[in-house]
Design a protein around this ligand. Structure first.
Ligand code: CDP
Ligand code: MG
Length: 377
């Protein structure tokens, strides 16, 4: 099936929403995955960050729901509050003009209010695994009519801490359910384990997406204590919308405080910030109140924020996967370009170079002169 015949085969509300989106075409992962999902198959799909994996499962899912039923028919699991909310808002956008209802459930939110939402009989539920599992145990969410379960950022959901919860959720649905796994990084090991509880899945691997913009990878070397000043300079450049990652929450808090002290307000997002502060940080960053969002790797997965110009690594990612997901917040489909900046200390430089060579990335060292990024020589 070609692109356009796939789209014209959709129900009219989806076709209308497609027209509204102004998208030119389906992406590679969408073209390959949609027919399989419509056919009811289990799918494991790996495709780079920002290549449209969300719609690769959402479009066929919304197409197949029985809008007249009051049962939960699809469950989408995601690894962070922010990602759950983002997927939920995509569903709302793409189901407009239909009777489809969806509900989002995240940990830390008032469970009574969440139970109220279930009374509205959503067709689709998007949730973090822990909270959904609670609702299943309380018998508030019934899984017996769920036909499709999606694991977005599947490898992240199947890390040892979450694996049992995710499996419990899957196993609480009927054996005929369809399971769909998506990520930019799905290795063979994961494929093997997943196959134990999937039904003969088809594996799709997309290497490259023609429409993705080019991304520059650059780095600065400085003393540890000077990292913050460099970050401040980046945050002060014209038209910057940058997300800066660091693993250590304590240090991240210190960075945020120091930047605020220097009159550069930033959004701060990590697992120890309160729910309301998380919402404020992500919304403030999305709508341009903050030029910089300081985050731990909770924000490294799946977030699709328009116009992120820079991703900044304030520490060296521990592996290629971490570099890929953090960096993948910029240079997404539909944007023009992206720059990934690593700020490393002298001892960290070698580690960064090793990572870049594993990833086959060309890294250029830069310096900051008079508010501008210049070549190092
Ligand atoms: O999940 P993944 O990282 O692969 O990407 P995504 O979060 O689905 O983001 C894809 C971006 O491309 C979104 O901003 C979409 O609105 C846009 N897009 C798409 O998904 N599909 C197209 N055919 C065209 C654009
Ligand atoms: Mg995604």
């Amino acid at each position: 099936m070609t692109d356009s015949t796939l789209i014209t085969s959709f129900q009219s509300f989806l076709q209308e929403n497609w027209t509204k989106s102004n998208f030119e075409r389906l992406t590679a992962v969408q073209e390959k995955t949609i027919p399989l999902v419509l056919d009811g198959q289990d799918v494991i799909a790996e495709s780079p960050t920002g290549t449209g994996k969300t719609l690769a499962y959402l479009l066929p899912l919304l197409q197949s729901l029985d809008q007249n039923s009051i049962a939960i028919q699809a469950v989408i699991l995601a690894s962070s509050h922010e990602l759950v909310m983002q997927i939920h808002s995509e569903i709302q956008q793409w189901s407009s003009g239909s009777l489809i209802k969806s509900a989002a459930f995240i940990g830390g939110a008032n469970i009574k209010k969440q139970i109220e939402k279930l009374k509205k009989k959503p067709h689709v539920v998007v949730a973090t695994p822990g909270r959904l599992n609670e609702l299943i145990k309380m018998k508030k969410v019934k899984m017996h009519q769920v036909k499709t379960i999606v694991l977005d950022e599947a490898d992240q959901l199947l890390v040892p801490e979450h694996q049992d919860t995710v499996k419990t959720i899957i196993q609480s649905s009927l054996a005929e359910r369809q399971v769909l796994l998506f990520s930019a990084t799905l290795n063979k090991d994961l494929e093997m384990t997943a196959k134990d509880w999937m039904n003969n899945p088809t594996v799709i691997r997309v290497e490259e997406e023609a429409a993705l913009p080019e991304v520059n990878h650059i780095y600065f070397v400085c003393d540890n204590r000077d990292k913050i000043e460099l970050l401040r300079k980046i945050g002060r450049m014209d038209n910057v919308k940058g997300i800066a990652f660091m693993e250590d929450i304590g240090n991240l808090n210190v960075f945020a405080q120091k930047l605020e002290f220097k009159h550069l307000p930033v959004g701060l997002l990590h697992s120890n910030t309160k729910k309301k502060e998380r919402v404020d940080a992500i919304n403030g960053f999305r709508n341009g109140k903050y030029n910089l969002l300081l985050a731990t790797d909770v924000a490294a997965r799946g977030l699709d924020i328009k116009g992120i110009t820079h991703v900044i690594h304030l520490d060296v990612p521990k592996d290629t996967k971490q570099y890929i997901h953090r960096s993948g917040r910029t240079g997404r489909l539909g944007s023009e370009s992206g720059t990934v900046i690593s700020i490393v200390s002298y001892p960290e430089e070698a580690k960064l170079k090793k990572l870049a060579s594993k990833l086959n990335i060309e890294l250029q060292r830069k310096v900051f002169i008079k508010g501008e990024i210049r070549d190092y020589r």
